[in-house]
Every structure is written in C-alpha cells, then in structure tokens.
Design a binder for this molecule. Structure first.
Ligand code: NDP
Length: 609
C-alpha cells in the first residue's frame, strides 16, 4: 500500500506547483492567525455596546401601543424567513392562531437588518429565495440584491396573510413554561404577556452582531455602527451607494469577510478616504451575475425548486449529479474532481479514499492558485495584491464572489491595512484605530465583524428560555446541544427551534429552514389532530439523537476544518465539541430522514398527552 506522500507525489507529478510547499504555507498562515481566546476574543453587544444591536435605524414610525395580554396557539419568535416559513406551513395545515414576535418593524429578518450598500444573496437566488413556487415569483437575477429579497419577504407575508399576526418592534425578554397552566409565558420589552400553547423560536443563527473585543472600543467619539445597522442618516445614499455624506469623511471598516467584500466597493466610491482593516483576506471569485431568462424560468416543472436545491447540496457535499443545475463558483472544485476522476489512468489501479481526498486537495490548490492569480491580474500595486491573497482552502471560510471588490484597491482614496502580524486591530481610541503601532484618525468606524453564529448558545440569543422545573435551556445545553433532530429538547414541552445545530447544514440556510419549518408545522398539527395538547421529546430519544450526531459526525469535514484558518466555521481554530456539529451525512440525507419519520406517522421519540 503506497503512503500518502507517495500518492500525492504521483498525482501531482505534472503540476506547475508544489503541493507540499503550499501545504506548509497554509499551515504557517493558519498558525499565526489562531488566537488563544478563540470565540472569547469577541465582545458581546451588551451593556455599553448594546447600541450596536438595539438601535433600529430603519424604523419609519415608532409603534405606540398598550402592552398585549393575549392567548395564542403558537408564538413564533422571529419574523425572518424561518419564522415566516413556519407561519406559512402552519397556515397550510389550517393552524392560523399564531403571533409572530419581531424586533424589527417588518418581516424579513436578515434582509430587514442587513441593508448595507451592495448587500446581495451570495448563492443562486432560485435556490435561496423561499416559497418561489407558492408565491409564483421570478427573481430578477441569478443573485438577487437585498432590496429584492426584502420585498420577497413582504410578498410572502401578504400571500400568507401574516401582517395581522405580526407583533413588530418588540423584543422577547423571556420565555417561561407554566407547568400549572401548561402554556408558555412569553414576556417582551413592551411588558406584553403572551400565553402560548406552543413556541417556535426562529431567531436566526446570525441575528446578533458581534464586535472585536479590543480595548477602547467604547471610547471612539466619531460615528460607528455595525454593517447590520447601516446608518444612512450619516452616510447618505442607499443600497446602490451614492453616499454623499462620506465625501469629506475618513472612514474605517474592520473586517474583510462576506459582508465587507460586498460593501467595500461602494464605500470606496463614496468616502473621502477609506481604510480597510484586514486580518484574513477573503477568497474572491468571479460573480458574473445575469438577468433571469424568463422562458427558462417559466419552463420549470412543479417541484423544481426542491430539485434544484438538492442538486446544489449534493454537489456541495462532493457528490456527483448528471447535470450541475446551478453551475457556479460554489461547485467548481467538485466539477474539477469529476473531470479528474474521468481522466484517471486505469493503470493506477482501484482508487482508494486517500487518493480521492488528496485529489480534492490538489483541485483546491489549483482553484485557489487561480483566485490568487486573479488578485494579481486586477490589483495594480504588488504589495497590496500580495496582502489580498488568501492562503487556505476555498471552503475554510465562506467563499465570496464579487466583481467590484478587488478593483477598489486601485483607487487612490483606498488603503488596505493588513493586521495579521498583531492578530487584528490593536485598539480603538477617541479618534480612530491603532494598527501596526500607528493610529489612523477617522470620522467613522464600520464594524463588518460578523455575528454570534457559533458562540455559546446563550450569546446567540438575548433572552432565556425556562422549561419544566425552572431549568434554563442554556443549562440544559451547558455541555453541548441536546435535542431531537435539532428542533426540540427534553424538559421543554411544546417548544421548537429552527436553527443550525444537530441538524443539516448547507451554505443555503433557507433550504435548511424550509424543511425544518415544514417538519415543526407537521408535528404541531399531528398533536392537535390526535386530540393532545402537550408534546415533548423523551429523554431516550434526545440521548439517542445526541449519540447519532456524534457517531455520524463527518470525520473528513472535521479534519478539513481543523486544518483551516480560524473563523466561525471552525470555532476560531479551537477543538470542536462533536455534539454541536451538524448531522454528518448532510442536508439531503437529513431531509430524507425527517420525511421517513413523518411518513411513519408515529411521532417517534415524542411523548404526547
Ligand atoms: P465574518 O465573521 O465572516 O467576518 C468577520 C470579519 O471581521 C473577518 O474578516 C474577521 O477577520 C474580521 N475581524 C474580526 N475581528 C477582527 C479584529 N480584531 N481585527 C480585524 N479584523 C477582525 O462576518 P460577515 O458579516 O462578513 O459574514 C458572516 C456570514 O454572513 C457569512 O459567512 C455568511 O454566512 C453570511 N453572509 C451571507 C451573505 C449572503 O449573500 N447570503 C452575504 C454576506 C454575509 P478573520 O477572518 O481574520 O477572523
């Protein structure tokens, strides 16, 4: 049996690069980025930092109302796509007595809050936008911009008649099980009392912004905001840029992830001076957006959206399909793999898993060499180009696709400040930002520093959920998530959540939430049909699912991420808790598992009374 080194030497014999050298470079870059604080390096947007989350710059009219004192069948927390899809699926099953409690002034969730210039869906909109067939809507382009997606959220709300049941500008402060009365008591910041038979939490995995935990962050005296609360009153302009308020301003943006890549081109165009503070460069591939071909769209057969999503997810997980329906940069490496396998010399014998993995690594090196060459071909100043090159595998971080980002660094008013040597910006002062020992005085700081996506569960949501026996959900999850199928936990009757833990994971979050919403609506409807009022995951079923998640945890994916540059995908480079990972076999397998569970009709693992 040849060793791994021998196989890699054989399959890379004709390449114009040395994969062993690239590996070394990737490890070097990874190691110098890992911060010992892990996820703790970030500051929670609480206390003096709460303005970065609490202030809603998009309110048109503040709702004045007396506190509610109401009973409802289902309290849905969150009016983003997961809450809306739950409401839609409940409505389809004839359950219409629900309330949707939402901090914003409208539906849309992510797309209500994230209105930064250039915001765009980074996966194919025909896969991403939910309920396209139900609402008979054709996205304008292959990758929709934020205003269109926000409009689509409003379309769904009108289609399913959700507005009357929306409780807007209202934040949940606590969810508490009342054992004597067998309902949930949902409290809010408006002193509402909402008694609900069922609760569905759809607060989104990326609804809470996070900030770098650097000294001085609260001292800055200029304007500052997070990208998910864009202050157009200060910047002027709108989603298309034209931010005239920045013409004479020195602006800093911290972060160069998926969000920053989309808004930096517009800042570069508008700001008097723009400083881009980078710690790790993003992989920036071609976008190549295009208008929807109406004839093609109209020719799609019913059920097309599910088929398209499943096709995309199969490829993302490294599987093979007859036709790549989405056919974009997300699935490029898999296409290359397919071609390499077809071209493989049969004389090399039967292929082993080790060779498949090494082939994937080599295809990844090729892809990332092209991404790095793209930087050289666009960015004129070689020192800046060098700093913009990502040295990691394409899916270590969310890959980005953008045609305006790299040319922005050719502008004379834009300066890239690389902070890798100090593992990020050092401090913030009254007047600006200190990096590499130098103070950059600025008028405005924009934090494009991401969200509490994989931090501890009680940081991702800003209220507690207290179940039977006064037990906090976060104590129940203290050692790691404990659920059945990621949606419900023992000790929390009639409570469901739609999220990203212990269930399927896909870069297309909406696809995950769609099937989970359908599943939760099914359970609630079945329990009522059975004449019961309480449903709760049994202790055994919960324990069995925790074990299943650990047992099926995808070792290849874990090994892959462990070698990656740090970020929220890999717990900032720290050791994973296997219990918190997604279901290893992937989203299509998970959705099939849920479907088979529903088809059985026994609500297996759930106690009803
Ligand atoms: P990310 O968490 O991906 O990026 C945060 C950025 O802040 C990184 O560049 C990070 O650097 C940087 N940063 C953090 N701390 C410091 C520091 N102390 N000094 C300097 N830089 C720092 O957040 P995003 O908002 O960009 O993206 C989050 C997610 O949102 C995406 O992964 C994606 O899921 C989603 N998204 C989806 C879009 C869509 O179209 N569907 C569009 C945009 C975002 P480092 O990398 O070194 O940690």
């Amino acid at each position: 049996m040849p060793t791994e080194t021998e196989v890699l030497k054989r399959i890379s014999a004709n390449l114009d690069f040395d994969p062993f050298e690239l590996r070394k470079k990737y490890y070097f870059e990874r190691d110098r980025r890992v911060k010992k604080e892990g996820s703790e390096q970030y500051a929670e947007v609480a206390e003096e930092l709460s303005k970065y989350e609490d202030e809603d710059p998009f309110v048109e009219e503040v709702i004045e109302r007396a506190p509610f004192d109401i009973d409802t069948d289902v309290a849905i927390i969150g009016g983003g796509f997961s809450g809306m899809m739950t409401a839609a699926r409940l409505s389809e099953r004839g359950i219409t007595d629900f309330r949707i409690i939402e901090a914003g002034s409208d539906f849309g969730g992510t797309w209500y809050w994230n209105r930064y210039p250039g915001a765009q869906c980074d996966v194919d909109s025909y896969c991403y936008l939910p309920l396209l067939e139900e609402t008979n809507y054709m996205p304008k382009e292959k990758y929709s911009f934020a205003p269109e997606i926000f409009d689509h959220a409003k379309r769904i709300a009108r289609h399913f008649d959700l507005y009357d049941r929306g409780v807007f500008q209202t934040r949940v402060t606590e969810v508490r099980w009342d054992e004597a009365n067998q309902y949930w008591l949902v409290s809010t910041n408006r002193n509402d009392v909402i008694r609900a038979r069922f609760v569905v939490q759809g607060t989104g995995p990326m609804s809470r912004p996070k900030l770098p935990g650097i000294p001085g962050i609260e001292e800055f005296e200029g304007c500052s905001f997070h990208t998910c609360r864009w202050d157009y009153d200060y910047t002027g302009g709108d989603h298309n840029g034209n931010m005239s308020g920045l013409a004479d301003k020195r602006v800093a943006i911290i972060g160069t992830g998926a969000t920053a890549v989309q808004c930096i081109p517009y800042l570069g165009e508008s700001a008097g001076q723009l400083y881009v503070f980078q710690r790790t460069p993003s992989s920036v591939d071609l976008r190549g957006n295009k208008p929807t071909d109406e004839a093609w769209y109209k020719s799609q057969e019913p059920g097309w959206q599910r088929r398209r999503r499943e096709n995309f997810s199969t490829l993302i997980l490294g599987g093979m399909v007859e036709e790549d329906l989405v056919n974009d940069g997300w699935t490029d490496i898999v296409r290359r793999m397919g071609n390499a396998l077809m071209a493989r010399d049969p004389a090399d014998g039967a292929i082993e898993m080790v060779e498949i993995l090494l082939m994937a690594e080599v295809k990844d090196f090729e892809k990332m060499n092209e991404i790095r060459a793209r930087v050289d071909s666009i960015v004129e100043e070689s020192e800046t180009a060098e700093k913009l090159k990502p040295w990691y595998r394409q899916f270590c971080k969310r890959p980005t696709f953008n045609d305006l980002y790299l040319p922005t660094f050719n502008r004379s008013n834009v300066e890239l400040v690389d902070t890798v040597e100090t593992q990020g910006v050092e401090r913030i002062t009254k007047k600006g930002i200190v990096a590499n020992g130098k103070e950059y005085e600025v008028d405005c700081i924009i934090f494009a520093t991401g969200f509490e996506a994989t931090s501890s569960p009680n940081r991702r949501v800003d209220f507690d959920t207290i179940g039977r026996g006064e037990k906090s959900l976060y104590d129940h999850w203290g050692e790691g998530f404990r659920t059945l199928h990621g949606i419900a936990s023992h000790g929390f009757p009639n409570w469901f959540t739609i999220g990203i833990n212990q269930n399927a994971l896909s870069p297309n979050f909406v696809e995950m939430f769609d099937d989970l919403a359908l599943h939760v609506a099914y359970i609630i409807s079945e329990v009522r049909k059975n004449g019961n009022s309480i449903v709760e995951v049994s202790e055994d079923a919960e324990e069995a699912w925790v074990k299943e998640v650990i047992a099926t945890s995808n070792v290849m994916r874990n090994d892959f991420l462990a070698d990656c540059t740090p970020g929220f995908y890999n717990e900032e480079g720290q050791k994973f808790n296997l219990q918190n990972l997604p279901y290893g076999p992937g989203i299509n397998a998970f959705n099939q598992l849920l479907k088979a569970w529903r088809d059985e009709g026994a609500l297996k693992g759930l106690d009803q009374r």
